[in-house]
Design a binder for this molecule. Structure first.
Ligand SMILES: [Zn+2]
Length: 276
């Protein structure tokens, strides 16, 4: 028996999420990257080409997606964010300069949060309901900040495969969590960084990893929370891989494709809930 009840009798839920780092991925942890245009250009591929290739896939299969966008990306690549919104997808928060959260520097964490909120509002008029921290980072105060800034949900923990609600240290109610795992993350399987010299895997290998995880979540009634990046899954072969996995999941009965906000709202309303 499945562990979780999903709306309309669905067996499992799929979130196709995209962390739209663009160049910010490369300069967030390297203070001199601003002066390294060829290094930054790996990120430039996202707003220049990749995001549009991903939007094509989502349109062809009529599936919604959630894009988590750093404020800096929204400022520098506003037209790309407008295209995302025009296609009916969700835009959520992903920091401002994509700085990794440092528990020893709460001031910077708050600044990244508020600058990101301000930039999304100013550039594309979005007040995001979902927060995903850069690179899966957090501090012991992140969840409180996410709740206090009015977010409905957080997506950055790895301690479950179904949604749940956080309880904060003082016992009060925190945001809803939509957990993820690196196994369904294209950067874990396919982000090549010259300093790390990682192996470039075939599409067949990655498809197998993703399919096996999806098949298990389909059996267990879980949330398949794919974490994609336009600078990766918008590349030629990887875009074909995205098309292939979405086509596979689309071919299965009773799969609920939803945005993060839709999943969190269903959880809040009780239509998505643990099986009794
Ligand atoms: Zn990111």
């Amino acid at each position: 028996m499945a562990d979780f009840i999903w709306p309309d009798g669905a067996r499992c839920a799929v979130m196709l999420t995209c962390d739209f780092d663009s160049e910010s991925l490369w300069f967030s942890e390297d203070a001199t990257a601003h002066r390294k245009p060829s290094i930054l250009s790996q990120g430039t591929y996202g707003p220049k080409r990749g995001v549009y290739k991903m939007l094509d896939v989502f349109r062809d299969f009529e599936v919604p997606a959630s894009f988590y966008v750093p404020g800096w990306t929204a400022e520098q690549h506003t037209a790309a964010i407008e295209a995302i919104l025009k296609n009916g997808h969700e835009v959520g928060h992903h920091g401002h300069m994509h700085k990794w959260i440092d528990p020893a520097n709460y001031e910077e964490e708050v600044e990244e949060m508020d600058k990101g909120l301000e930039a999304l509002k100013r550039t594309v008029g979005v007040v995001p309901k979902g927060y995903r921290a850069p690179a899966g980072t957090s501090s012991d105060r992140t969840l409180e900040l996410v709740r206090d800034r009015g977010f409905l949900y957080n997506s950055g923990f790895l301690d479950d495969y179904v949604p749940y609600r956080h309880t904060l240290a003082d016992g009060s109610e925190g945001p809803i969590e939509l957990p993820f795992h690196w196994q369904l993350d294209d950067s874990a399987l396919s982000l090549y960084i010259i300093q790390e010299q990682s192996t470039i895997l075939t599409n067949d290998h990655i498809f197998q990893v993703w399919k096996e995880e999806f098949d298990a979540l389909y059996e267990w009634g879980g949330l398949a929370n794919y974490t994609l990046h336009p600078q990766i899954s918008g590349r030629p072969a990887r875009n074909m891989l995205l098309r292939r996995i979405v086509e596979y999941m689309r071919s299965k009965e009773d799969v609920w494709f939803a945005t993060g906000t839709e999943v969190a709202e269903a959880f809040a309303a009780g239509t998505a809930r643990p099986a009794a």
